[in-house]
Every structure is written in structure tokens, then in C-alpha cells.
Design a protein around this ligand. Structure first.
Ligand SMILES: [Zn+2]
Length: 278
């Protein structure tokens, strides 16, 4: 599932082929993803220039020359494919998974970008200037200076839920998901079962630093995957990555060799070392 570093990698991959170019043709192969595309989705994008492509949390944010903003979320399984040399007409025979090619953007530089999403938890939404969006209440970016020890300590104090679920709350910090929360709290030696309100100020400082480090390292890994992605399969955003605890159940902890445990919290897996994390 794509989290901040994966979405950042997608952004960096799409930027050179989309930013500054005009959407020549937009094709929708269905009426909705997780949510409907909304009225006039195609006509509001077609013919407009994508003036800037940025990322906020797990969202891609494409600002158009009309000042509409197109928000794109990859959900669980969304991916973009770039075809630099497409045939004149989209041909599903050229796709590895044509059934799930839902949105096709053809830019005026001749590049075709296909959005494929088998599970359809992803979505795209157009927001007019001044219109409220789901990003309005989003917390700071992990690498922003505003995300620091005192900020997080203040947000966690009095919280009765676990540190695991508090860090998944996008209004506290944006962009983290299951993978990077598991990794960061392992590095900070905090159990996923600890109540958020019981994390000390000193631990919060350590945790903030570990979150920043984990995210930075993953963005770098994504960046190096981008260098040769075009020669691989043209798929953006999913790169090989080594994790300390995530999906490492029964493997020896890299610090103390105790087998990593998997538990389920709020329906989602947590992986941790019960010896290192308290
Ligand atoms: Zn350990």
C-alpha cells in the first residue's frame, strides 16, 4: 500500500511528463473509483495545463490552469504507468492488466499516463478554488519543521488510543501508514500497544526523529528506484525495500534476535519486537 515515500516517488516520476503540459485527452473507463469522479470531470481537465504537481500526505495534488485542483489518491493498489511512445489510440492489448486501467491521461507532449487500480480504493477528485477538501484538516508533513517533539507530545497527551493508531491519524501527522508507523516505533523502542497519552516527552522527541529518518530513507530508496524504472516496467511508486519489522513475523529482531511478533490492532497487522519495544 502506497504511503508518503511511494507517493513522493510517483510525484517525481510524473512531474517531468505532466507538469507544464496540457491534458489533450482524458478517458474514463468507468464512472467511479472509491468515489464517483464527479460531474464534468473530463471537461474540467481536458484542454487545461497542469501548472504544478505536488504531494500532500498520501495525495498527489495537480493544480490546473483553471485553478481547479485535481487530488489523486492511490488507495491500496493504485499505480500510474507512463508510456512515452504510445500508439495513437489506447490499446488494452499493450497493458499488462487492461481490466483495471481506469483513467487515461494523454498529454500534449505525446505521453500517455494510465491509472490502474485493481482494488479501486484509490480516487480522484476535482476541487474548485475555495471549495473545502479532505486535505484541509490534514496534519503536518513528517519532514516539516512544524512536526517536532513538543507538537507531537501535545497532540498525544490525554489520548486513550494506542500510539499505533494515533500515528495513523492523518490529522495528527500526514502521510504515514501501517508500514512506516511499524518501522518508526520499532526504532523508537515504543510498543504498538502503548497508549498514546503515556508516551513521555523524551520518547516523543526520539520518535519524531525516527519518523523523519525512516521517511527520508524510504524517499531515497524510491528515488533510486526511479532512476531505472523506465527500463523496468514503467510502473511508478512500488520499490524494493528492506524493513526491520514490517512483514518480518518470526524473523529475528535485528537488534536482539527475539522473533518479531505480529498482532492485529483495529483490523490491521502490527509487527514488533516485544523485547525491544516497551
Ligand atoms: Zn528486539
Amino acid at each position: 500500500m502506497p504511503e508518503l515515500p511511494e507517493v513522493e516517488t510517483v510525484k517525481r516520476g510524473l512531474e517531468p511528463v505532466m507538469q507544464g503540459f496540457i491534458f489533450e485527452r482524458v478517458t474514463l473507463n468507468r464512472l467511479n473509483l472509491r468515489f464517483p469522479f464527479g460531474k464534468n470531470f473530463i471537461s474540467r481537465i481536458q484542454g487545461k495545463t497542469l501548472t504544478s504537481l505536488t504531494r500532500r500526505g498520501k495525495f498527489l495534488k495537480a493544480t490546473l490552469s483553471s485553478n481547479d485542483v485535481l487530488y489523486m489518491h492511490l488507495g491500496m493498489s493504485g499505480r500510474f504507468t507512463i508510456d512515452n511512445n504510445p500508439t495513437a489510440i489506447y490499446d488494452s492489448r499493450n497493458s499488462t492488466n487492461p481490466k483495471h486501467d481506469h483513467v487515461i491521461f494523454e498529454m500534449n507532449n505525446g505521453v500517455r499516463i494510465t491509472y490502474n487500480d485493481p482494488r479501486r480504493f484509490g480516487f480522484m477528485e476535482l476541487i474548485a478554488p475555495g471549495e473545502p477538501s479532505r486535505l484541509d484538516k490534514m496534519g503536518p508533513e513528517p519532514l516539516d519543521n512544524m512536526f517536532n517533539g513538543p507538537y507531537l507530545f501535545n497532540k498525544l497527551s490525554g489520548k486513550k488510543n494506542t500510539i499505533k493508531s494515533a500515528l495513523l491519524d492523518q490529522s495528527i501527522i500526514s502521510g504515514l501508514g501501517n508500514i512506516y508507523v511499524c518501522e518508526a516505533i520499532f526504532k523508537a523502542k515504543i510498543s504498538p500497544k502503548r497508549l498514546a497519552g503515556k508516551v513521555t516527552i523524551k520518547e516523543t522527541e526520539i520518535l519524531v526523529n525516527e519518523i523523519k529518518a525512516v521517511i527520508k530513507k524510504a524517499i531515497e530508496a524510491g528515488g533510486s528506484s526511479l532512476k531505472d524504472f523506465a527500463s523496468v516496467d514503467g510502473n511508478l511508486g512500488y520499490f524494493q525495500h528492506s524493513f526491520d519489522v514490517y512483514a518480518q513475523a518470526k524473523m529475528p529482531c535485528k537488534v536482539c534476535t527475539t522473533p518479531i511478533e505480529r498482532i492485529v490492532q483495529n483490523g490491521r497487522s502490527s509487527f514488533y519486537c516485544k523485547a525491544c519495544q516497551k
